[in-house]
Design a protein around this ligand. Sequence first.
Ligand code: AMP
Ligand code: ZN
Length: 305
Amino acid sequence: MKCRICKREARVALKSHNTAFCETCFLEFFSRQVSRAIESQGLMTHDDRVLVALSGGKDSLALMHELARQGYHVTGLHLDLGIGKSSRLAREAVEDFCHKEHLSLLVKDLASEHLAIPGVKEALRRPICSACGSIKRYYFNKVAMDEGFTVLATGHNLDDEVARLFSNTLRWDTCYLGQQGPRLEAEDGFVRKVKPLWRLTEYETANYAFLCNIQTHYAPCPFSSGASFSVLKSLMQRLEFLMPGRKIDFYQGFLKRGRPVFASLEAQRTTLHACAQCGYPTSADELCQVCRIREQVAKKRTNKA
Ligand code: AMP
Ligand code: ZN
């Protein structure tokens, strides 16, 4: 197969776009998709100070690499979740990448906050995934606010977004449907959150990481089966295989015509107030979710002592 642009031997075939590219033209395609994703949704400008959440996986490292290449002011943030070998390898991948690319990096060790995930799992009686998600979001936001960043970027790709949209739709979760998207506006105490890879699939970010020689760390979380999301993702893959282009149409159609309807339904927002413990905005009574988790972990520790 030949590259559509320059007719050299193709390295990457993209069925959704009904095309194939050589290495150079694929990297240009990738760059263009990221610029379009940023510009069409007003995600950020070259004046923003961008904190990029780096897990060590292919998506977030590819994102950091490409944003730096496009001249954005980026700093990485890695949360060390304290999950044994898996977290050590993830942290190493992030540190090695930033060192090699001369990019600045902040690392937040959850163990130093008494919130290493294995301890949290032991102290809570509910599933760990939602608590882990709350803790991550809390520290992404806290570090960004404390350090004066104007934007927080994550590596969520089109497949992540479409699976989430599919899941929200199956449950008709109008609250999430009113908010889901590549840009979540800043408000009191919350920094703007963006997902600049929303136009690119997992396959495309994997190819980008491979062609740019980015060493990534992949290990599924030992505490999560990831089962429900992977079912939704594989159904969407099947649909895409049979009807190329449907994934991005579904998502873009939602952004244009679905989300505004749900957003107006949800206009009567929950009111936020400051957490009595840490001062961060929360919709919960008195303590925010993370301070409640912290209390439960401390209680478990004193019971053990
Ligand atoms: P996930 O929910 O694991 O698919 O991750 C989605 C995005 O969240 C990644 O692309 C990263 O941008 C960010 N992320 C996940 N885990 C971490 C972590 N431990 N440290 C920093 N960022 C993370
Ligand atoms: Zn709090």
